[in-house]
Design a protein around this ligand. Sequence first.
Ligand SMILES: [Zn+2]
Length: 384
Amino acid sequence: MRDIVADPRERKPIDDFHHDIRDEARRAYLQIGPYRPTGHKFPKTKKDGKGQSRGFVGSWFDQFEWLKYSVAKDAAHCFYCYLFKPQQAGFHSNDTFTKVGFRNWKNAKNFFKEHAQSIDGFHYNARKRALDFKNQRQSVEHVWTITSAAEEEAYKARLSIMLGIARFLFLQALAFRGHDESKTSRNKGNFMEILEWHRKKDAKAALVTGEKAPGNNQMSSPMVQKDLARACAEETSELIKSEIGDCCFAVLIDEARDASIKEQMVVVVRFVNDKESVIERFLGIEHISDTTSTSLKEALNTMLRRYERSTQLLRCVACVDLRDSFANFEVQKLVELAKIYKDDFYDYDCIKLAGDLRIFIDEVRNDDNFDTCIDLGNLAEKMV
Ligand SMILES: [Zn+2]
């Protein structure tokens, strides 16, 4: 913690602290607060040796609670952005208020206002994170971490029991729910009955479920059962998707009417796997308003759209193919890829990214060092 220094110029960037002590460093800085030298005579200088002499004005501190000043550098910095602005490796990062320091005193107040209301949201997010950090005691994350390790163990054990039951019911294609699930019921449905049976057979399971589990964390309610079912369905779809990869596939659709007279369609995909066998996989059931070909098509589109994002991801990544001197390279696809990762790339980054990528690809194509690259791993190695 000897690296904690008050004057912004001498501090090292927060991300240079080892991640184990980064939060501790932030806490130390938050305790000290923004560096504001008292009784300091702010120097007045002429910009480029011309015009009026200007300098930092002490009263700005009262108007911008995040402002701090570096005596050594005669520059203004942002307290929140220094502590919590995410690091943007490589591409655009507005470092004026974090690393470089702001010195354009002429319209300083306007620039400060602009920084605080910046459309890219850097400052807003950094400030919010700083306030949340200070209020950790009330945050959900904090409450979660103070639960004892034993409670966490019990929770994990309970979850795996419930998941095991759900898995069994899926594989046997059995219904989860019963007609009467009340305490006095003699048959509470498959899920609850198997749970009861399991508790009688396994003493450890009995210790973490039923009356031994907290009343608000039983994990056997219909809502939890549905959640588990949804999670299993999503995982299975992911697996089917990875099985299909970027091969062509056919879609088989059959419409049917269920017991409650609701129209629904079943979607099955058929494809050839890498062992050259024809595989058919059930993808899901979708409710439809009627069985005309238009509504079937619409429902199919809705269903496939759910998987679109990963297909889009594959298409975008495919344009970084090294063959024939990056013949498939498409700047727009890579910008699309960046847009998928909203947390890492702001809108401004994406605009700048297109230009950067064009320069980058020209340089790589003209550089003999990259001729020997055969795959992405190889390319990454060269670049480092
Ligand atoms: Zn800021």
